[in-house]
Design a protein around this ligand. Sequence first.
Ligand SMILES: Cc1ncc(COP(=O)(O)O)c(C=O)c1O
Length: 326
Amino acid sequence: MIVACSNDYLGLAWDPEVRAAAAGGGSGGSRLISGARPVHRQLEEAVGDWLGRPALLFNSGWNANLGVLQALGEAQTRIASDALNHASIIDGLRLSRAERIVVPHADPGAIPADVDAWVVEGLFSMDGDVPPLPAYPSGPLSVVDEAHAVGCLGPGGRGAAALLGVEPDVIVGTFGKAFGAAGAFVAGPPALVDLLVNTARSFVFTTALPEPVAAMALAGLRRADDELRARLAANTERFRCALLQLGWTPLGDAHIVPVVVGPSAVALGRRLLEAGVFAPPIRWPTVARGQERIRFTVSAAHTPEQLDRVAEALGPAGREGARHGT
Ligand SMILES: Cc1ncc(COP(=O)(O)O)c(C=O)c1O
C-alpha cells in the first residue's frame, strides 16, 4: 500500500536518526511547575537560531494556535481570519475575547484597515495553496500558521512567508508533520513569548512534552535539510505533472495536491485503496459540502515510481463519476 495522504512530508517519521533520538521519560508536570527539562530549552533554542527569534514550545499545533490566539485576542481587539483557516485557529479565536472577522480565502484586500491582527495559514492544509503574503497589510500584527510549510518551503525550510520574502510577526509551526515527531512552537517577539508563558492557557495548564518527543523533534529539525527539500520539490513536480497529463487540475502548487471531485470522492478513495493507494476522501466538515476531494500529499520518502503508480491508480480525469456510477 502506498501512503499518499500523510503529513510526513520529508519522511522523517521513519528516519533512523529521528527514531533513535527518542530517549528519556515523561515530564511529570507543566513547564512552569516541575515539567521543564533541558531538552525543551534546547529545542526552543534550536528553533530560535533557525528562525532568528525566540520560540516557545507547545504540545501540539492545536495547542499552539489555541494559546497564541487566546493570549493575543484581548477584549476590544479585532482579528481578521481567513475563511479556510484550520479548526485550531477558529477555536483559538473563539477562546479569545477578540472580535473575529472572517475574510474571503487568500484575499488580503478584504482585510479591514482597522483590524489589530490577521491570521492565515502559510500553506493551506486542504487547498494546498500559499496565500499572497506580500500583499497582506503590514500595519496589523501578522500571525502565520506554517504547520504544513516549515521544513519544506522557503530558505532553510523557514516556511511559506520566508519563501515569499515576508517576515510575519508571529510564526506557528508544528513538529508533527515535516519534522516527523510531535509538538509545536510559536516564534515571535520576546514580549510575545513572555505573554504566552504567563497567559496562554494551553501552555500553562498542561503536562510538558515527554522528553523522547522533544528529542525526536530536535533530531527532526536537524535532519530536515536542503537535500530532503529538493527531493520533496522534485517529487511534487513529478506528481503534479503526471496529474496534469491525466487531465486533472489539482489545487495549489506545493506538496499538498488536492483533487476536488465532489461527492464521488468517496468512491474514488475506495478505488484508490483497491489499487494499493491510501488517500481517503476528505469530506465535510473538513471541507465544504460539494468540495469533497482526495488530498494527495507528496513526501520526499516516495520513490518516483511510487508516485507514478499513484497517478496511474487515479487514472484520467473526467470519468470518475461514470466509473463509480455516481
Ligand atoms: C494549519 C494547521 N495548523 C495546526 C494544526 C495542528 O497541528 P498539530 O497536528 O501539531 O496539532 C494542523 C493540523 O493538521 C494544521 O493543518
